[in-house]
Design a protein around this ligand. Structure first.
Ligand code: LLP
Length: 442
């Protein structure tokens, strides 16, 4: 794990705390979040993008995409480090506001926002509501009007655009019409028409256009192609209506390393490449630079967290070809990390309480749920002496781990423990049976 060291027994030490101590104090499974590492990642984005775009004459706002993982502590750290917070629901909005993030530093997304969510965002005076459909524009205008907002006090709105550049993993594809639920298509002039529609509402202030093209993207070129498409749209709107969009949001989606050998997106060089693309295209068109915003989630929080599990049953299973696979069961699984089951996501693991033997077995790390697909890591070499009571550490579980956790089989969702300078602090506590019965009212 990033920032981890080893103690004399070969056990993992996180921010000065041995994994075995953390497990003894907080129980397992536990998400251990390195606060300094989170702050460093946040700062890296603010500094890299700020400098790169500053050099070409414009500014950048970095919105932390809270869907990756949001809690009051994390929202506060993000705000302290100069990030804004992107929310995708009333719940995420509530947590950001509870953390003391000013509404003006929060954005609201969602392809199917409720009236209550929109009203709450209007009421909190969020920095922008990103509308996702043409029908939503009139709804936001009506809710704004009902809240007493008008030409003197307009509600800032962005339009989510699908540029047809669709990326994920190692490749990106470019199609005209995308067959998916988000945004308004660039193709056929739909996005342009939506931007013009916003301009017709006196309660709304059109602050920009937004395009997020996918997640865990490793090919930085996809972001440049997306930026070009968005600058083209900005120019079309200027030509059609004389309105020059002040801001473009280029989304998030920057890939991180989950397993050895994977190459994460390099943030400073991505920032420089994007800044020079945006500057070059604006020069070609002969227009002034827009303000830029981005929305990274995974690449801020993903590498900050290690999940610690306790090993239970260790079961050798003889396969048809006569070989043996050792099933190593841990005390969590698909309820704390659904990503392997949902996306075939790959992770690595190592013993966390000791070095273990140098000879290894071919192992499969599995959870404790009543599903054969409840696999944390399908195939990994682990020390041959791995035994019940050992701890396993799975790094890079900060993004879409706790945030997508469930109660399946009525397991109690694990806590998030922040570690910093040799101290640990629970920032999201473990669920209890009382929590179950608080919901299940009989
Ligand atoms: N902005 C918007 C509008 C988004 O839809 C997303 C992610 C982000 C920003 C942040 O993307 P990131 O930088 O974290 O890649 N549950 C999936 C990922 C779903 C991402 C959805 N949208 C996973 O576990 O891989």
């Amino acid at each position: 794990p990033q920032g981890a060291t080893l103690d004399a027994d070969g056990g993992i030490v996180l921010a000065g705390l041995p994994a075995a101590e953390l497990a003894a104090e907080h129980g397992t499974p536990v998400y251990v979040l390195d606060e300094q590492h989170f702050r460093d990642r946040a700062r890296l984005f603010v500094r890299s993008f700020g400098e790169a775009f500053g050099d070409v004459g414009t500014t950048v706002d970095v919105y932390y995409a809270g869907k990756a993982f949001l809690s009051v502590a994390v929202a506060r750290w993000a705000h302290e480090e100069g990030l804004r917070v992107d929310t995708a629901s009333g719940g995420e909005l509530a947590v950001a506001l509870r953390a003391g993030v000013p509404g003006s530093a929060v954005g609201l997304h969602g392809n199917n926002k409720s009236d209550a969510e929109i009203a709450r965002a209007v009421d909190a005076r969020v920095g922008r509501i990103v509308v996702d459909s043409v029908a939503e524009i009139a709804r936001v205008a009506q809710i704004a009007q009902a809240a007493g907002r008008g030409p003197e006090d307009r509600v800032p709105v962005m339009v989510r655009v699908t540029t047809g550049i669709h990326a994920g993993g190692h490749e990106f594809v470019s199609t005209a019409h995308e067959d998916q639920k988000f945004g308004i298509s660039l193709a056929g002039g739909a996005a342009l028409a939506a931007l013009q529609e916003v301009l017709r509402h006196e309660e709304l202030e059109l602050v920009g256009a937004h395009a997020h093209i996918g997640s865990q993207i490793q090919d930085a070129q996809a972001f440049e192609v997306n930026a070009r498409a968005m600058l083209g749209l900005r120019e079309s709107l200027r030509a059609a209506s004389g309105h020059l969009l002040p801001e473009l949001d280029l989304g998030g989606g920057y890939g991180i390393a989950y397993v050895p050998g994977e190459i994460p997106i390099d943030v400073p060089s991505l920032a420089r490449d994007l800044a020079s693309t945006v500057a070059a295209v604006c020069a070609e068109i002969g227009t002034s630079m827009p303000r830029i915003s981005i929305e990274p989630g995974r690449s801020v929080v993903g590498s900050t967290t290690v999940t610690l599990y306790r090993v239970g049953v260790v079961k050798p299973v003889t396969l048809d070809d006569g070989s043996v696979r050792t099933y190593v069961s841990v005390d969590g699984g698909m309820s704390d990390n659904i990503r392997p089951a949902l996306y075939d996501a790959r992770y690595t693991a190592r013993l966390a309480n000791r070095q273990g033997s140098t000879d290894t077995v071919r192992a499969r790390v599995v959870g404790k749920h009543c599903e054969s697909g409840d696999i944390v890591i399908p195939d990994i070499a682990l020390p041959a002496d791995v035994a019940p009571g050992d701890l396993l550490a799975v790094p890079a579980t900060g993004a879409y781990g706790r945030s997508m956790a469930s109660n399946y089989n009525l397991l109690l969702r694990p806590p998030v423990v922040a570690v910093h300078d040799g101290t640990s602090r629970v920032v999201v506590r473990r669920e209890t049976e009382d929590d179950l019965f608080a919901l299940d009212v009989g």
